[in-house]
Design a protein around this ligand. Structure first.
Ligand code: HEC
Length: 245
């Protein structure tokens, strides 16, 4: 029995190995850090300034984000809520109808509340860093992880312009042997821009699982409680059994 269990474990090894290494080779690693409040705050600010014109976060309220990210209500109302019709307790929605978006861009900008859960943080991070110049596209840009994307590169003023350079110097669609080069500088250095995209992806990861922040804050308290409870239970047990022995 023990032998066959052992054999089973070995048989499963390659499978788990594959699963762990099965990521897309051209995706950049991004592990969200929900403890980094400064990063999340910066991400929220970037989102509201650069993304919310087109994308909503229907399942996130300003008030909840403000509370979780320690942003005072006045600051949110002053700097992060632009639309007159929106209030502190509203969802982070926008006024764009999907049909409008579709006729303007060819594809409606989707709601992004769950995008890091659908696509993964690595994908979103790589997507934000993956825009490059492509004169054949109506928007003038293409994307390494989302070929023929309908979204314009709204972050170009910050990032600058990237060009895809492939092995033989020709421009090809995506794929192996190609990399991106900055051909025109933006307002941010490449490092600062990557950091900003980390923050933005981090914020979207938080939005996808807002309860995780609370759960993580609660976890140590639960463990301390369990520890103290175990000590008390043990002492009580000793007390009860003293007379029996
Ligand atoms: C001018 C409008 C516009 C703005 C501003 C904009 N987007 Fe988009 N975005 C789009 C459109 C349109 C699509 C759909 C692309 C498609 O399906 O080809 C899209 C798609 C996406 C997707 C892919 C979603 C999916 O799963 O298919 C992500 C992620 C995304 N946008 C993130 C952002 C972020 C982050 C910002 C802010 C930096 C932003 N977008 C700003 C128009 C916009």
């Amino acid at each position: 029995m023990r032998k066959s269990l052992f054999a089973l474990c070995f048989a499963l090894l390659p499978v788990t190995g594959l699963a762990a290494g099965g990521g897309d080779a051209h995706l950049r690693d991004m592990t969200p850090d929900l403890h980094d409040k400064a990063s999340l705050q910066n991400g929220m600010q970037l989102f509201v300034n650069y993304c919310m014109g087109c994308h909503s976060l229907e399942h996130q309220r300003f008030a909840r984000a403000a509370e979780d990210l320690d942003i005072p209500r006045e600051l949110v109302e002053e700097h992060l809520i632009f639309a007159d019709a929106q209030a502190f307790n509203d969802q982070m929605d926008n006024a764009m109808e999907p049909a409008q978006g579709e006729s303007w861009f060819g594809a409606a900008p989707p709601d992004l509340t769950l995008v890091t859960r659908l696509r993964g943080a690595d994908w979103v991070y790589s997507y934000l860093l993956g825009f490059y110049r492509d004169p054949q596209r109506p928007t003038g840009v293409n994307n390494t992880v989302f070929p023929l994307v309908a979204m314009p590169n709204v972050l170009e003023p910050l990032q600058g312009v990237q060009q895809q350079v492939c092995g033989d110097g020709e421009h090809e669609d995506g794929g192996a042997g190609c990399h991106l080069e900055l051909v025109q500088e933006g307002a941010m250095s490449p490092d600062a821009f990557e950091r900003a995209m980390f923050d933005l992806t981090n914020f979207l990861a938080y939005v996808g699982e807002p309860s995780r922040l609370q759960a993580q804050a609660l976890a140590p308290k639960v463990l301390i409680f369990l520890f103290i409870f175990a000590v008390v239970a043990y002492l009580l047990k000793r007390e009860y059994w003293r007379d029996v022995h």
